[in-house]
Design a binder for this molecule. Structure first.
Ligand code: MN
Length: 741
């Protein structure tokens, strides 16, 4: 625990008092009724309750609830009840006071919110897979009771993210991963755009510090040129808006680091090629609500008279607002330098709602309780999933996440009934939504009387008939065709049932095999075979046997290169050091002492496994995950599987560092281009002659003039792959060359 000895108790009290005054001043300048008394009481209560306790950063603990209450008031726009609850949010969790004490002092309403917040916290330090999902489940259920619980939880998370630097590294990964995975999408769904963006950026910063810094400095380096350009761009528009007699602000906003990085990743482009790096925004003052829309369109007219507009990029969210209530008019025009510039046109009220979401509605006194109506349909989907008898923790998070972003389409059954589905839903989605049996036996669909495959994406207005067959069976790869939570949940339970049958069959075969070899069954025998086959557990082993993926032969009992019969057992590197997950930091510390796990090889054996999902190689940002057998499995930092593991098993993460032992790793490179004579020879020359890289496999296809090639190479460092791709891209005809996961 750090504590600066130069800070006297008097200085600390002054700091607390100042933070509280700042909270009050913000509240008093808002449109809320001035109920200072209750806030004052809550502040004093919380201050006394947390007396003497410090945060990891060394600050007095009360600074945290004060900061959360300030976010609740000034960044989300909530009133005295929420501010008081925010001040009290950690009292029941961290001190001896009970919810009953809070109720006696502050009444039922505040007590219930604090109770909700207490129930959904704690998961941050949790160690069990189900814990985070369970907390999230509670969070969503509480949401229907009082939306303020979720909003305050958001503020709590935001402040924890802002102060994340005082946490140890592996906890940072976990919290940042969880934030990106759950809280940012939830903030988006709630319309808390500014908070969502900040959460994403902070998560990005802790997960990819080097890339975050690089993008930050690139934004800074291009600032002057950008501002100069914007001034030139804005001048003729300003002139026209001034002539209209408008009161407005016209600003330029750079995208967040995270969204720039995201774009660079998905489009495989460097920073310089992100063309929509910034957007211009006009926010105008308007007291008369009926004048808002026409004013937006007048501004639009003025802009498009100065600059040519992009025909496909006018977004009218005035007539049909987004699900999260976003309203604005967007137009993209050709700027003076020949680049496209997006201009967002909003009234002050629209801007407020866009930045602060539902909470801003209270400010404008739009019918109370409306936000609950808005969330109701989404919540009913959540409730559907919650009813699933055995929701797997990670699947659950996945399906929830899916529905956070969904917008909707409406299709018709042959009987003319309407069905609402999320955008992107397939024929198979509809089948599963109607009935599990219809889904598992679904063969194809008829859309507007035309036969289409299961994966066919439906559009609003389609008339859809489901075609089934009794011999059809559900398949795991169907999951890729599904976007609905219901479809995924129902497919999974059908597959689970099917899997159970295969496991039983595999177990039978395994037992017979042991009997045939006169080996007595024991847990020792079982665990050594599990370990040698690199499967997670016995279910996995039996499943693979039942599915004929693992063959029952002598090899399964004896692998010479690993030290002979039954001797070779991987040991848990942290065995005996882990403590049961209970409260606070303890179990985490056990791993933190091993802050960096060195990836080494000894005697031809490595002390880790390379994750098959993302194949990290030395030089990649990687992170280790301790599996059920105590083995360290190394994933790439941005591996999607890792994202889920982070959210659920954060305390099992270990920081890793590559050590060079001259080992070679497999990397796959995908190459595409226009086929021409000598193209293959040029590629081979680069690999073998110029760069002396060991090529393992090459799979080339040339179809109708399109050349494509998957290349397996053995290399020692990620940088070599990057180099190789760069060199291959120079070959005439090649369009792209990139490493695949
Ligand atoms: Mn807190």
């Amino acid at each position: 625990m750090m504590q600066n000895s130069n800070i006297t108790p008097e200085m600390e009290n002054q700091m607390i008092e100042q933070a509280y005054q700042n909270l009050l001043n913000g509240y008093l300048s808002s449109n809320h009724r001035k109920k200072v008394e209750i806030i004052d009481k809550a502040f004093k209560f919380a201050r006394d309750a947390h007396q003497g306790i410090r945060r990891r950063s060394g600050e007095p603990y009360i600074m945290h609830p004060l900061a959360v209450a300030t976010i609740v008031s000034q960044e989300i726009g909530l009133g005295s009840t929420s501010i008081s609850a925010a001040l009290l949010h950690d009292v029941v969790e961290d001190t001896d006071y009970t919810v009953e004490d809070i109720e006696a002092q502050f009444g039922k309403k505040i007590a219930r919110i604090v109770d909700g917040l207490t129930k959904i916290s704690g998961g941050i330090f949790g160690d069990k897979a189900s814990l985070q999902a369970e907390n999230f489940r509670k969070l969503l259920l509480t949401m229907s009771e009082d939306i303020r619980v979720v909003l305050i939880k958001m503020a709590d998370r935001l402040h924890n993210m802002r102060t994340l630097s005082s946490m140890p590294a592996n906890k940072q990964y976990k919290i940042a991963g969880e934030t990106l995975y759950i809280y940012a999408p939830l903030a988006h769904r709630l319309g808390l755009y500014a908070i969502k963006t900040e959460l994403e950026d902070l998560s990005f910063k802790y997960n990819h510090p080097a890339e975050y810094d690089r993008i930050k400095s690139q934004i800074a380096a291009s600032e002057e040129a950008r501002n100069e350009l914007f001034t030139r761009f804005a001048a003729p528009i300003r002139e026209r808006l001034d002539n209209m007699g408008l009161k407005y602000t016209f600003t330029v906003r750079v995208k967040s680091c995270y969204s720039i990085w995201n774009k660079m990743q998905t489009k495989h482009i460097p920073f310089e090629e992100v063309y929509d790096l910034y957007a211009a925004r006009i926010v105008f003052e308007c007291d008369d609500e009926s004048a808002e829309k026409p004013t937006c369109w007048s501004i639009y007219n003025e802009i498009t008279e100065v600059y040519a507009k992009h025909p496909d990029r006018v977004r009218d969210w005035l007539t049909t607002p987004k699900v999260n209530k976003y309203r604005a008019l967007h137009v993209t025009v050709m700027g003076p330098d020949g680049n496209w510039v997006e201009v967002q046109i909003r009234s002050r009220q629209m801007d407020d709602i866009a930045e602060r979401g539902f909470a801003a509605h209270w400010k404008y006194k739009i019918g109370e309780g409306e936000e609950e109506v808005e969330l109701k349909s989404w919540l009913s989907t959540v409730t559907d999933i919650l009813k699933d008898p055995e929701p797997n923790a990670i699947d659950f998070l996945d399906t929830i996440k899916l529905n956070l972003f969904a917008s909707e389409i409406v299709v018709f059954t042959p009987k003319g009934e309407t069905m609402t589905l999320p955008k992107g839903a397939s024929v198979l989605d509809l089948a599963f939504t109607l009935h599990t049996d219809l889904g598992t036996h679904c063969l194809a669909g008829k859309v507007n009387h035309k036969l289409v495959p299961l994966s066919y994406k439906l559009a609003s207005g389609d008339q859809v008939e489901i075609i089934t067959s009794n011999s059809q069976k559900p398949r795991p790869e169907w999951e890729r065709m599904l976007v609905t939570a219901k479809g995924k949940t129902r497919l999974r339970s059908a597959l689970k049932h099917q899997r159970r049958l295969i496991i039983d069959e595999g177990e039978k075969q395994f037992m017979q095999f042991l009997a045939d070899h006169k080996i007595e069954f024991s847990n020792e025998v079982l665990s050594q075979i599990i370990s040698r086959q690199f499967v997670a557990n016995k279910e996995e082993l039996f499943f693979m046997i039942g599915n004929k993926e693992i063959k029952l032969n002598d090899e399964i009992l004896n692998k010479k290169e690993h030290g002979g019969r039954f001797n070779w057992l991987r040991r848990n590197p942290f065995k005996g050091k882990e403590q049961p997950a209970k409260t606070t930091d303890k179990p985490q510390e056990a791993i933190n002492t091993k802050a960096i796990y060195r990836l080494t090889t000894r005697d031809g054996k490595s002390n880790y496994h390379i994750a098959p999902c993302c194949h990290p190689i030395p030089g990649d940002d990687a992170v280790g995950f301790i599996n059920d057998d105590g083995e360290v499995v190394v994933h790439k930092m941005d591996c999607p599987t890792m994202a889920r593991l982070k959210a659920s098993y954060g305390s099992r993460l270990v920081q890793t560092q590559w050590e060079d032992h001259g080992d070679r790793f497999l990397a796959t490179i995908h190459i595409e281009g226009i086929d021409q004579k000598g193209i293959l020879q040029s590629i081979v020359n680069i690999i073998s002659t110029n760069m002396s890289i060991n090529m393992k496999k090459m799979n080339v296809t040339a179809d109708q003039g399109v050349f494509s090639c998957d290349l397996d190479v053995l290399i020692g460092d990620a940088a070599v792959v990057t180099n190789l791709c760069r060199e291959i891209k120079k070959v005439k005809g090649i369009n792209s060359a990139s490493r695949m996961n």
